[in-house]
Design a protein around this ligand. Structure first.
Ligand SMILES: Cc1cc2nc3c(=O)[nH]c(=O)nc-3n(C[C@H](O)[C@H](O)[C@H](O)COP(=O)(O)O)c2cc1C
Length: 192
């Protein structure tokens, strides 16, 4: 199959997630293209792919504008494909944060009109060493309020890579099967 991996990333974690998705798909024998939705590069032709997996991350309650604009413009084409959305956030890393992480996704899908077959709420990263003053204050507040990390001078990567790999396999399996479940806003079992 041919697989298109799309991403928008502000500090790099959703990009890293997209690169891992591409790596897993390639290792499984698929032809993979990767595209940064925040770039000026030539927009890929969605119709020429079998499966599309998009990753974007959350900042102050919203996924990147670049993801919103790109996906909204391509929603009609995307809905004709087997497609999946990976939402990267810190809320997804918290035991009591899943509802919030899901609300970001619901808002994004409502705004874009896209109906991916599967979604993954993926835990992101905390890169305190690379934030500017404003970002550092926002993240310190989140981290201290939610108790996600103890040491405020250390970077944390919360992403569950085996969970991501399992999700990609599920998406690719669905892509190879006829009569995959109806499009919707369902959350994959990996999030249960
Ligand atoms: C300024 C700032 C605001 C953030 N706001 C949220 C938020 O509202 N909800 C959340 O779950 N995570 C939030 N995060 C955490 C990011 O989603 C997480 O760090 C993610 O890994 C960033 O992905 P990226 O590296 O692809 O940009 C925020 C991070 C920063 C730096």
């Amino acid at each position: 199959m041919s697989v298109l991996v799309l991403y928008s990333s502000t500090e790099g974690q959703a990009k890293k997630v997209a690169e891992q998705v591409a790596k897993h798909a390639e290792a499984a024998g698929h032809a993979v293209a990767i595209y940064n939705m925040g770039s000026d590069a030539k927009v890929p032709r969605i119709a020429s792919f079998d499966v599309v997996i998009a990753a974007a991350s959350v900042h102050q309650g919203h996924h990147q504008d670049s993801a919103l604009t790109f996906i909204a413009a391509q929603a009609g084409e995307l809905d004709l494909k087997k497609s999946a959305f990976i939402s990267v956030s810190l809320s997804a890393a918290m035991a009591d944060g899943k509802a919030e992480a899901q609300a970001y996704v619901d808002r994004f899908l409502d705004a874009t009109g896209w109906k991916p077959h599967m979604c993954l709420l993926a835990a992101g990263a905390i890169r305190l060493s690379s934030y500017d003053y404003f970002e550092r204050q926002v993240m310190k507040y989140i981290v201290m309020q939610k108790g996600v990390a103890r040491d405020m001078d250390v970077d944390y990567e919360c992403t569950d890579w085996p969970e991501l790999e399992a999700f990609v396999e599920t998406v690719l399996d669905a892509g190879t099967k006829v009569g995959v479940q109806a499009a919707g806003r369902s959350i994959d079992k990996a999030n249960a």
